[in-house]
Design a protein around this ligand. Structure first.
Ligand code: NAD
Length: 179
């Protein structure tokens, strides 16, 4: 009988580059987008157009309900685009437990300016990204790829890893941080 660490190592070992490529080519790779805003929603529709069954996650329940009714809230996105994505398997949810079924999670939540633009300080406010990672962390499993906006400051990156628990998960092969 394998223990939990051996089980997770096996799951990672099974996720070879070849199997990833095959799943992309067969469109069986499960992709999730977190944050269905001006970046996340069009990206969701692009994946759906390419034949991926995609899950959209957002903390705004009204947005989730609207999208699941096939209604758009972005001017240039027609309801027909959404309905086509739904036919390809797109669903929106605010249930973060659904990430357990995904292979790839792309984080598209806001990163507004934290610094003062007029002084040339373009430091982003990463609190939405941190909150998202904390919400995702309990549901991640071996071999998943999680991608967020690049976080440049080394100190912030390691504190983010600590607060999310993803460092430990990385070393146990339970998730993969690429930010
Ligand atoms: N809008 C642009 O033109 C643009 C261009 C380039 C880069 N970006 C970058 O893309 C990222 C997303 O920007 P946007 O314009 O799409 O933002 P947005 O405000 O339009 O959408 C963000 C979405 O994330 C959701 N959200 C917030 N916190 C969440 C959480 N914890 N979990 C799940 N969902 C959450 C919000 O409800 C909202 O639907 C930012 O980093 C931004 O800097 C945006």
């Amino acid at each position: 009988m394998l223990n939990a660490t051996e089980n997770s190592s096996m799951a990672v070992a099974e996720m070879t580059l070849d199997s990833w490529i095959e799943r992309v080519e067969r469109r069986t790779l499960r992709v999730g987008i977190v944050g269905l805003g001006y970046v996340g929603l069009p990206l969701t529709l692009l994946f759906a157009e390419q034949g991926f069954r995609i899950t959209g996650l957002d903390i705004d329940p009204e947005k989730v309900a609207k999208l699941n009714r096939g209604e758009s809230y972005i001017h240039r996105i027609e309801p027909e685009h959404l309905r086509a994505a739904q036919r390809a398997g797109f669903t929106a949810t605010n249930d973060f437990a659904s990430v357990a079924a995904l292979d790839v999670v792309l984080i598209c939540v806001p990163t507004p300016l934290a610094g003062k633009r007029e002084t040339g300080d373009h430091t982003p406010d990463m609190s939405f990204v941190v909150a998202t990672i904390e919400a995702l962390a309990p549901h991640l499993r071996a071999g998943q790829l999680v991608k967020a906006r690049r976080i440049r400051e080394r100190r912030k990156r390691s504190s983010l890893r600590r607060s999310s628990g993803m460092d430990a998960r990385c070393s146990a092969g339970l998730g993969r941080w690429t930010g």
